[in-house]
Write a protein that binds this ligand. Structure first.
Ligand SMILES: *[C@@H]1O[C@H](CO)[C@@H](O)[C@H](O)[C@H]1NC(C)=O
Ligand SMILES: *[C@@H]1O[C@H](CO)[C@@H](O)[C@H](O)[C@H]1NC(C)=O
Ligand SMILES: *[C@@H]1O[C@H](CO)[C@@H](O)[C@H](O)[C@H]1NC(C)=O
Length: 269
């Protein structure tokens, strides 16, 4: 252990004291102004910063993303058919948009893929999938939509790109190469969903991110977001990306929690 001379301590203490004297009143004034001007918006931010319990998120995913008509709480075999649940004969179309940028470590990236495998296993077996992997650029791994089994086989082979976070390009290829193309083989009668799994703010073409999301939603695509991490910064973009905050935004602390959430969803039947 390093020994610090006593006078060094005293000096640090003085510097700290001077800092508090100088900065203290300033931050107090700022805090008061924020409080009066942005009271409502601060309350909303605080609400959005909370990460719900895993079972609450699992229930939300089950209901709104998987569109299953059973529930974690009651396990009733049939819930009253609401507007979110699918009629029997329509097929759910899903694009998994996977952030594989630098900020996600390899180990956590693998966990994220595993969580997606679990979600796929819990979804209705006739669901159709496409997969987009993105970092500095976006790659469509499935030129045509594929089945549940093919998706479960594909996901563990997805490679982490490492690079920047080009979310806007990922959203653009969802439109150009998948939902915007009749050749991609999705079921036009069924709902069109994007599930974006990301740990942070876009940092390439970021001024286009919300615009591209808006365009996709304009085409009738629902954007669901799994937001991984604390997000003390960058929540604003996530809130703008998701089609709604109450049904389309799923917050988890880390990829391990995402795996837990996916595990909490019961298998069909
Ligand atoms: C989640 O679990 C808590 C207890 O741990 C329980 O009180 C709550 O009702 C559960 N919520 C859901 C949606 O299952
Ligand atoms: C869905 O299918 C089940 C049998 O598979 C049937 O009992 C039920 O009535 C159907 N529901 C609708 C809304 O068509
Ligand atoms: C998918 O795999 C399961 C288990 O391996 C099998 O029972 C099922 O028939 C397969 N479905 C299709 C559509 O290939």
């Amino acid at each position: 252990m390093e020994l610090v001379p006593v006078n060094h301590f005293a000096m640090r203490y003085k510097v700290l004291f001077a800092f508090v004297l100088f900065v203290g009143p300033t931050s107090f004034v700022f805090a008061r102004r924020r409080h009066s001007n942005r009271y409502l918006s601060n309350a909303i931010d605080a609400e959005n910063l909370k990460i719900p319990a895993s079972n609450v998120t699992a229930e939300k995913i089950m209901r709104y993303f998987l569109r299953r008509d059973d529930s974690l709480i009651t396990r009733r075999s049939k819930r009253q058919i609401g507007e979110e649940t699918l009629p029997n004969n329509t097929i759910n179309n899903v694009i998994y948009v996977i952030d594989s940028s630098n900020s996600i470590r390899e180990e956590n990236f693998q966990k994220g893929l595993r969580a997606l495998v679990y979600l796929t296993e819990k979804a209705r077996p006739d669901t159709l999938y496409a997969v987009v992997n993105f970092a500095t650029d976006a790659t469509v791994l499935t030129p045509k939509f594929i089945s549940e089994n093919e998706t479960i086989a594909l996901l563990p082979t997805v490679k982490r790109k490492a690079g920047l976070t080009n979310t806007q390009e990922a959203l653009q290829v969802c439109k150009d190469k998948l939902f915007g193309s009749a050749l991609s083989g999705f079921d036009p009668a069924g709902p069109k969903n994007v599930l974006l799994v990301t740990d942070g703010l876009s940092n390439m073409g970021k001024e286009l991110t919300l615009f591209k999301a808006f365009n996709l939603k304009g085409d009738g695509v629902e954007i669901f977001v799994v937001a991984v991490g604390g997000f003390s910064f960058g929540m604003q973009e996530i809130l703008g990306l998701a089609s709604s905050t109450d049904r389309h935004l799923y917050r988890v602390m880390d990829m391990e929690s995402f795996v837990q959430v996916a595990n909490l969803i019961p298998s069909l039947q």
